[in-house]
Ligand binder design. Structure first.
Ligand code: WTA
Length: 656
């Protein structure tokens, strides 16, 4: 994916984006063009503005404490509760009957929760969790698809000061076991199943398989999604969600004030090691960051209707389905299931029916819409939309243009938001009420954020020269690892570009990027061994370990590519000489990946090659494989030990 950054803008586009900017600007909340300068001048005190968007049980004494850098601590001395900030305070502000959540089920069901409803059910689930023995600082794993019960359970955990650990419902049992054991989870919340394109799929069987692998019995709450026609048997220590909510309905569970530096949740991400990595966010900084960006970037105010298509198993679902928008008092649309079921009108019907004002999705989803064609959005009323967002991978100018024209009717600004699981909240983006957009470029760092593109030795590069993206100042929603995770976090993010003797810390994002004369950053792609498939980050090491465990496979490399339009996983493998049953091996590789990681990542193709492209030092050159899959121009094959392999791979790819 090391393609040349595209030329961001032609003069016509510039004129057009300025026009749409002015229409949006009339009503925008943040229109202060001097915000960046102000934040620079007042840093880090400027971040008090973000903290001021929250309700504090006790005020903080210090904005930023850096004694233990790079393990920075934000809003030290302050106490607050996330559920109180996302729910209770809206009741006090007279918004109890405002809609907090609008859920659109896969089978056409619709459910609406007001902030009052949310408060009641969150309290009931919080009481139920306590009754099952969950205490402050315990971890509750949630293994649920996009049901209202998921954000409700997340908020119930935070209400009692427990941490949630959401695991994507599409993951296989092995992945769940690893993530539960790795967080020492004391409870699990899951469901009986889900409907996939109309058929019931058993989720509980996967959960039960995982529970059987754990050392101790873990109390489990089971949400009934499949209805009475699909009976589910509950085992010992398994409880029906609905029964518990009924039993604890009306419970008074006061929110537990947490120190700003206390952990709020765990979430797992993929890094360069084979293991999933346990990430942790701190209560105060994370909430301040997500609330502030929801206001500044998404322009969310109480009552605004907002839809983000992300799954709650990923950080986007945490920050921009739950914490950011709910802390702003917005109305959040949550759509279960596939956007193509029952038909391709579904996304536009959801926008039309709910009057969605702000829409946030990924370039992958937009490319799918493009493939379906512009007639689908054109048939629906999209006049409620006023702002569009994108996240997760670079959005090419063509996709940007299509989104702008056919979804936003040329009048909605687009925010191309760059951030990561580790950053907690958006760090690079235009502010739609202030900045001009440049299709293809994420945008400049937000106020208070400082980024630099550097070469391999950490020297800052001039505009136009691609290099590694680093962050040179701490930010409130930054990763806040537990004591036991500090060692690998230091190695993974802080070691490469920091000067420890001078005590100057630079965070390495793992991305390659280029910055232009105006400070706009264009992301080129990942620099490390991580692939993004379906907007999910996966470590190549983890995938490859699953593949090479297949009998007869000797080596493997997994890359993401968009040969088929969507971003898919492609596998290149070498096989033991005596193995001539390639089709059987292909099947075994597919099964291994699905079993280890989940069906969503099933390889689109498996190509056998006599050898992998390797550098002189024996590192797989993913760049070579990516350019073959994406049919892109191959640059600089100099580091290859075996340059002849390129031609051979191209032939194999075309014939395979
Ligand atoms: C990529 C998702 C280009 C990037 C919030 C980053 C992007 C990784 C953008 C984090 C963007 C995210 N343009 N690339 N606007 N946003 N990325 O942790 O490579 O799932 O490092 O967080 O996605 O993925 P993660």
């Amino acid at each position: 994916m090391d393609e040349e950054p595209s030329n961001p803008e032609s003069p016509d586009d510039a004129a057009e984006s300025r026009r749409s900017l002015s229409a949006f600007q009339r009503d925008a909340t943040v229109t202060d063009g001097g915000l960046r300068e102000q934040f620079d001048r007042e840093w880090p005190d400027c971040w008090a503005d973000a903290a001021a968007l929250l309700e504090w049980a006790e005020p903080y004494d210090e904005i930023l404490e850096d004694d233990d850098a790079p393990f920075y601590r934000w809003f030290v001395g302050g106490r607050l509760n996330a559920a109180e900030n996302c729910v209770d305070r809206h009741l006090e502000a007279g918004r109890k009957n405002q809609v907090a959540l609008r859920w659109e089920g896969k089978r056409g069901e619709r459910r609406t929760y007001t902030y009052h409803d949310l408060h009641r059910e969150v309290s009931a689930v919080a009481a139920a969790l306590r009754d099952l023995g969950v205490e402050e600082d315990d971890v509750v794993t949630c293994y649920l698809p996009k049901l209202p019960e998921l954000p409700i359970t997340m908020l119930a955990c935070t209400r009692i000061g427990a941490l949630h650990n959401v695991v994507f419902a599409g993951f296989a049992p092995d992945a769940l076991v690893e993530r539960m054991a790795g967080t020492d989870s004391s409870a699990l919340v899951t469901c009986d199943g889900a409907f996939r394109e109309g058929t019931a799929v058993n989720q509980k069987r996967k959960a039960d398989a995982a529970l059987a692998e754990l050392e101790a019995t873990v109390p489990t709450i089971v949400v009934d999604r499949l209805g009475p026609e699909n009976e589910t048997r509950l085992g010992p220590e398994q409880y029906d969600y609905g029964t518990l909510v009924e039993r604890f309905d009306g419970a008074d569970v006061p929110p537990v004030p947490r120190a700003a530096t206390d952990p709020l949740f765990h979430i797992h991400t993929s890094g360069t090691t084979g293991e999933p990595q346990r990430m942790t966010h701190a209560t105060g900084g994370y909430l301040a960051g997500t609330a502030w960006t929801s206001r500044t970037v998404f322009d969310l105010s109480p009552g605004d209707t907002y839809w983000c298509t992300a799954d709650l198993g990923w950080i986007t679902g945490h920050s921009y389905v739950v914490y950011g928008p709910l802390s702003r008092g917005a109305t959040v649309v949550l759509a279960e299931g596939s956007l193509r079921y029952p038909d391709r009108h579904r996304p536009w019907e959801i926008i039309e029916r709910n009057g969605v004002e702000v829409f946030y999705t990924t370039p992958g989803v937009i490319r799918t819409f493009m493939k379906w064609g512009e007639s689908f959005p054109a048939e629906h009323d999209r006049s409620s939309l006023r702002l569009l967002g994108t996240v997760g991978e670079p959005i090419g100018p063509d996709t940007w243009e299509w989104y702008h024209t056919h979804v936003g009717d040329g009048r909605c600004p687009i925010v191309d938001t760059w951030w990561q699981t580790e950053t907690g909240a958006i760090l690079l983006s235009t502010i739609p009420g202030v900045d001009e957009t440049k299709p293809g470029a994420a945008g400049p760092p937000l106020p208070g954020v400082e980024a630099a593109v550097v070469d391999a030795d950490g020297r800052e590069l001039p505009p136009g020269e691609p290099g590694y993206l680093t962050l040179t100042k701490p930010w409130p929603s930054m990763l806040s690892p537990l004591e036991g995770d500090r060692y690998w976090v230091l190695a993974e993010y802080w070691q490469q570009f920091s000067d420890r003797r001078a005590d100057t810390w630079r965070y390495f994002t793992g991305d390659r990027a280029v910055v232009d004369e105006d400070g706009y950053v264009t992301i080129i792609g990942r620099a490390d061994d991580v692939v993004t498939v379906g907007n999910r980050r996966l470590g190549t090491a983890e995938l490859e370990a699953a593949i090479t465990a297949v009998d007869g496979v000797t080596e493997a490399a997994a890359v993401a590519g968009s040969a088929g339009g969507d971003t898919d996983l492609y596998v290149f493998a070498t096989a033991a000489q005596e193995r001539t049953d390639r089709d059987r091996l292909r099947g075994a590789i597919r099964d291994a990946v699905v079993e280890r990681v989940g069906r969503f990542v099933e390889p689109a193709a498996v190509v056998f090659t006599p050898e992998l492209p390797e550098t002189h030092s024996g590192k797989t050159m993913y760049r070579v494989l990516e350019s073959i899959v994406d049919d892109a121009r191959l640059e600089d094959t100099e580091p290859l030990r075996n340059p002849a392999i390129v031609g051979e791979l191209e032939t194999l790819w075309e014939s395979g």
